[in-house]
Design a protein around this ligand. Sequence first.
Ligand code: COA
Length: 203
Amino acid sequence: MHKKVIIIGAGGHGKVIADIVINAGDELLGFLDDDSEKTSLAGFPVLGSIADASRWPDAYFVVAIGEPAVRERIAESMPWAKWYTAIHSSAIVSNLETTIGEGSMIMAGTIVSPGVTIGRHCILNTGAIVEHNTVLEDYVHVSVAAKTGGEVFIGKSTWVGIGASVNNCISICPDCMLGAGAVVVKNITDPGVYCGVPARKLR
Ligand SMILES: CC(C)(COP(=O)(O)OP(=O)(O)OC[C@H]1O[C@@H](n2cnc3c(N)ncnc32)[C@H](O)[C@@H]1OP(=O)(O)O)[C@@H](O)C(=O)NCCC(=O)NCCS
């Protein structure tokens, strides 16, 4: 049965998720956004602000905002919500011991191997690769074309930047930002911003 869906965030991510919802045959009611100047996106209305969400008790919601901390704040403020899990039809997602938490978004061309655990409200962005037995905690964002080797652990709300790579068996603590193109070759135990090849702490 098709679902009625409302996307939180009428920006670029919101448009990408709208494409997934429409292609899945679900019904996109529109967007919620706290920027009152936004009235529509891709031909769908901005229905109101995020605080208005409870006016649609039958809808499924998805938080399409890239910044993990913002996504977390919004999702935690709506404990009553039914969450929509958005998976693009071109994503290759293993059914073998792989689990995907509610509210997560898996974009076009992404590959998820067997044994992967994806938390709630994660983003696996366009062309990302997540290899076998990797664990992504809640709110992790793996950006466009970023990749993890097998057996990687990425802590809650960490953001892996565009094209970054994480070597197999590496563990990264919560609340890190890995810069675009970073290559992580050692465990990261302190929250912070890490860049470069090999990745080192920027601050
Ligand atoms: C790492 C990052 C967060 C740093 O942003 P910032 O705090 O604004 O840092 P600045 O731009 O002030 O740069 C500080 C220094 O780090 C360097 N730097 C910034 N990003 C870098 C990167 N990805 N790799 C290597 N060096 C980097 C800058 O060249 C600068 O060096 P300098 O002091 O010698 O001039 C940002 O550059 C980045 O890579 N963001 C990822 C974007 C992304 O992937 N978005 C996902 C969209 S799906």
